[in-house]
Structure formats: C-alpha cells, structure tokens
Design a protein around this ligand. Structure first.
Ligand code: PGA
Ligand code: ZN
Length: 434
C-alpha cells in the first residue's frame, strides 16, 4: 500500500456564484489525506466544450446535479480506488476511458473535472505541500499577471452591450500584490465615474460594473477615463484587454452589434476591432470572431498579432489539438486555459504545453459561474502561466482567487517572482496576411 492510494471518492451538491447547483468532489487517500474541489460553470460556452451532466426536469431550472453526483459515487469512485493520486495522468486517463465519449457527456464534465482537481489537491496534501508547489515539482515558479474585469457585458450583463469583458492589465505592477492594488483603485474609480453619470445598473456576473452604455466603444473610453481618474497612465501603467466573445452575437460574416446598431461581416468586425486596438491601449483581445470563423481569426491575428495578444477561448476550448492546429494556421497567439472546458487537469496541462511549444502565451481562467474554490490560482502559479483571469474585483468568489495569489506570493518570500509586462501582449513578430 502506498500513502497516496485512493481509498474513496465522494461527491456532494453545493451551490455556485449564480446560486445554481454544482458538484464538489472529495478524494480520500490511504494516509488520511483529503483533497476537495468544486466544478465551475460557464455561461458563454464554446460548442466543443466538455458537457456537464444536468438533471433537466423542473428543479433548479433543469440545472440539478444529482446525476453527476451519482456518476461519482457509482462509477468514478470504484474505478479510481487503488490508483495513486500522485499519478495524475493515470487517474485522468482512467476517467477519460471510463466516460468513453468525446465531450465527457456520459459521466458529466462537471463530475470529471471536480474529481480530477480533487485528486491533485489530495496528492499535494499527501506530499505535505501546497498545490502550487507540488505542481511546480521543483521548477522555479512565478505569479501570473492578473487580468481584471472592470465592465461586464454580453451574456453576463443582460446583453446591454455586445462585448463581454472590458478588462485591466496592470502592466506597471512589479508584484501580484501591487497588481491587485492597482486593480482596486481603477475599479473604484470606474464605479464612481459611472455613478456620477447616473449609468450604473449594478454588477455583472463576474463582479464587473454593469453600466447603461450606449455603445461598445463607450466602455473603452470610460475604462480609459477610469484609469486616469485613479491616477495611472493608460498604456503605461495600466493597459486594456477585451473579451469580445463573438460567438455570442454572431457567426462568420454575420455579426450583429446591437449596442452599435450595426451588422458587420467578418472583414468589417476585424477592421473595427483592429481600429479600437489603435485608438485605445488594448494589448489583448479574446475571441475576436466566432468559434467557427477560422478565416476571421487568421485575419485578425495577421492584422494585430505583432502588438496585441490574440486569445482563443471558445475557439480553442483548452484543447491541445486545436492549439497546435491554430498555431500552424497563424490563428491566435495565446490560449485561455479553462480546466472544465476540456475536463481533466492532464488535458489542460497538455493544452498549455502545446501553446508553449508554439511560442504562445497562456492564460489560466475562471468561469462566470464560480465558487470559493481557488484551484486555478495554484494551477496558474504551479504551471508558470503568464496570466490569470478570474473576473472582476468584487464578489467573494472572485476575491478568493486574488487573495490566494497574495498568500502564495507571500509564502514565496524573497523567491517570489512576478510575470510582469513582458508576459502579456503581442508576439513582436509580423505575420504576413495571405
Ligand atoms: P463563461 O465565459 O461564461 O463561459 O465562463 C467566460 C469567458 O468567456 O472568458
Ligand atoms: Zn472568453
């Protein structure tokens, strides 16, 4: 018997930041170590993501997780018993085989990711190490650059504006702690500005302000004003990032920007976004076009990729295979890593490795439906990701992540390093359009 042998896997229903049911898994090892993790849930989901198992039916708007919890108790627990939690790859392989579907729909993506993450936590506990240190396995670690939402839109804010996220990148920060302090000042300034103008409707799903803007561009100009009001220089201390989440308002050659009262083809959308990247200090753009718009993704990357980071989220769904293909095609130059998009930690790490091989940057990301679980902060730090995106600077399910980063930085003490401004932005390489 080894200390790290899995003795039992337990699951329960808990609740996420939208008040919806989700799965918490608990893994018990032979030496008494316990690992626990909770599955998150997205609202603007890619169509090639792992599929959560939901009960349908009347209760909780069909979002119940009784079936997913049952998958854990009846199938996953017996299949994992006896495996070593220290061999994450073997555990995840067993989960993938046991499920047997392309998108983990049989056992449920929610059941599988909760267990996969809980196994990592149990293994770290068994090794007597915090998860980030355990995952780093002796490699030097550094804290990722935070990307912090300031305004929410799209599917997270009643579609008042079309673009989903307007975010800050505190490029002038020299530590994670300082990055959060800058975010706090700008977030507060943005709130005051919106209040002064009488535009505030509340906060969106990820804690960002939800103002009554009359166009998408107004969110950009107001974000710049907020940076200035907080006493920082736009583009010098603090830059901007956007998550267009374009699959939410269109598909190839048909993009309907309701807030701008306009419909654009792919070339039109690419042109408009590229113009915004010149007019505003934007250094990162996520999902600029829809998940089926390969040509648009290539055109946009060719147009701005030298200076601007182009992130694939719905477009890549944390898949190593998609990352490798996209890199060969010159579509995107960075990958968003959402563990529940692909379903296991081993596959998430594979997507990260594929991105590194391509010379891309990596961004570990939360989902819009979250909990107090802060596993992703440990993944980002332990795996050496460039950036961490967990939503805005309000609501405890978001703050739990920022606060955990601060604790990790402090635990590293003098050895703490920070992925500064060089860890975000374009490739510096020109890519020729065809
Ligand atoms: P989600 O979206 O609602 O699917 O979590 C977050 C994102 O698009 O980055
Ligand atoms: Zn996204």
């Amino acid at each position: 018997m080894t200390k790290s042998e899995i003795r039992n896997v337990h699951a329960r229903r808990v609740w996420d930041s939208r008040g919806r049911p989700t799965v918490e898994a608990e893994v018990h090892l032979a030496d008494g170590s316990i690992g626990r993790a909770i599955a998150p849930a997205g609202a603007s989901r890619g169509s090639n993501e792992a599929i959560d198992r939901r009960d349908q039916g009347k209760a909780f708007g069909g979002m119940g997780v009784a079936q997913a919890v049952k998958s854990v108790h009846e199938e996953i627990a017996p299949a994992l018993r006896g495996l070593s939690a220290a061999d994450q790859a073997a555990v995840d392989r067993r989960l993938i085989e046991l499920d047997g579907t392309a998108l983990k729909s049989r056992l449920g993506g929610n059941a599988v990711i909760a267990v996969s993450m809980a196994v990592a936590h149990a293994a770290a506990a068994c090794a007597g190490e915090p998860l980030w240190r355990y995952l780093a396995a002796g490699r030097p670690v550094r804290l990722p650059m935070p990307i912090i939402q300031i305004f929410g839109g799209g599917a997270h804010a009643g579609r008042r504006i079309d673009l989903q996220d307007f975010l800050l990148v505190p490029i002038g920060a020299t530590s994670f702690d300082e990055a959060t302090a800058i975010a706090a000042e700008v977030y507060r300034a943005a709130g005051l500005l919106m209040e002064e103008r009488g535009l505030l409707r509340g906060v969106a799903d990820e804690g960002g302000w939800w103002p009554e803007f009359s166009s998408n561009e107004e969110a950009l100009s107001e974000a710049v004003r907020a940076i200035e009001k907080a006493g920082f220089r736009p583009g010098e201390n603090v830059s901007l990032a956007i998550d267009v989440a374009a699959s939410q308002f269109g598909r190839k050659d048909r993009y309907k920007l309701t807030a701008d009262k306009t419909e654009l083809d792919t070339a039109g959308l690419v042109k408009r976004l590229a113009e915004w990247c010149v007019r505003y200090p934007i250094i990162s753009v996520e999902d600029p076009v829809a998940e089926d718009d390969h040509d648009g993704m290539r055109a946009f990357t060719a147009a701005v990729g030298e200076r601007v980071q182009v992130i694939g989220d719905d477009y890549l769904v944390t898949s190593a295979e998609r990352v490798t293909k996209a890199a060969a095609a010159g579509a995107c130059n960075a990958v968003l890593l959402k563990p529940n998009q692909i379903g296991t930690l081993t596959e998430t790490l594979a997507a990260s490795d594929a991105a590194r091989r391509a010379g891309w940057r990596t961004i570990v990301s939360a989902r819009s439906g979250k909990t107090e679980d802060f596993t992703i902060v440990h993944l980002a730090t332990g795996w050496g990701a460039d950036q961490l995106k967990v939503g805005s600077f309000a609501r405890s399910e978001r703050m739990a992540k920022w606060n955990e980063g601060i604790r990790i930085e402090e635990a590293l003490g003098a050895a703490a390093r920070f992925a500064g401004r060089d860890a975000v932005g374009g490739t510096g390489r020109r890519v020729a359009a065809e």
